[in-house]
Design a binder for this molecule. Structure first.
Ligand code: CA
Length: 226
């Protein structure tokens, strides 16, 4: 997942602080859901499966932030950043070994909080195959930045669509993809066309890449690369 995307849940009862954090995270491209109590926060987190939770220690009503953190940890390994009002709380948080990933002490700089969040997300989610510049399947090398394909070092000219189809198959190496999934992923959801479009492009890829391309036809379903 790209750095500034996905959902972050902010559990904080002070609307001024929640809105400020919300604004900074949105500016970075995240989708933000606010919850003003621990109970709401747990419910939203279970439902939305966010990439990260920002959690205030001092929450009203039944559950304080520490209890929320404990409850989160019981069911999920979502990264948690704790907001604490006082330095004196920090020792307690660390002492309790709640499994929070980081904390900031109020008053905090939103910029600093965003930087910490990004660092945690980078640690938590090693770059996926999709983010790699170079994909290799069999004897085929796909340079996704330069839009080049090579077989044993020799460049092979593909059309843009053939290139996209090959990259998509390589990103899902080892998985059987239906023609519909390939149409949605390569041509775009809502593209009006025939399943045979996929077959035509696959035929072209096979012609150009030959036996270097370990592509299997899965009868009645679609294709699998690798
Ligand atoms: Ca509070």
């Amino acid at each position: 997942m790209p750095e500034g995307s996905g959902t972050i849940v902010v559990i904080e009862d002070d609307p001024a602080i929640a809105d400020l954090v919300d604004m900074y995270l949105r500016r970075e491209g995240f989708r933000v859901i606010q919850a003003s109590s621990g109970e709401d926060g747990l419910e939203v987190t279970a439902r939305e499966r966010p990439r990260l939770v920002v959690l205030d220690v001092g929450l009203p009503e039944r559950m304080d932030g520490l209890e929320v953190c404990r409850a989160l940890r019981a069911t999920s390994d979502v990264p948690v950043v704790i907001l604490t009002a006082r330095d004196s709380e920090v020792d307690r948080i660390i002492g309790l070994e709640l499994g929070a990933d980081d904390y900031v002490t109020k008053p905090f700089s939103p910029r600093e909080l965003v930087a910490r969040i990004k660092a945690i997300l980078r640690r938590a989610e090693p770059s996926s195959r999709r983010d790699q510049a170079m994909l290799r399947v069999g004897e085929v090398e796909i340079d996704t930045q330069r839009h080049e394909v090579r077989v044993l070092g020799a460049p092979v000219a593909l059309t843009a669509r053939e290139f996209d189809l090959l990259s998509f198959l390589a990103e899902h190496e080892g998985l059987v993809l239906s023609r519909r999934q390939l149409l949605d992923g390569v041509w775009g959801v809502g593209w009006v066309g025939d399943d045979r479009t996929v077959d035509v492009h696959v035929r072209q890829l096979r012609k150009k890449l030959g036996t270097a391309l370990p592509l299997s036809t899965i009868w009645g379903v679609g294709y699998r690369l690798g």
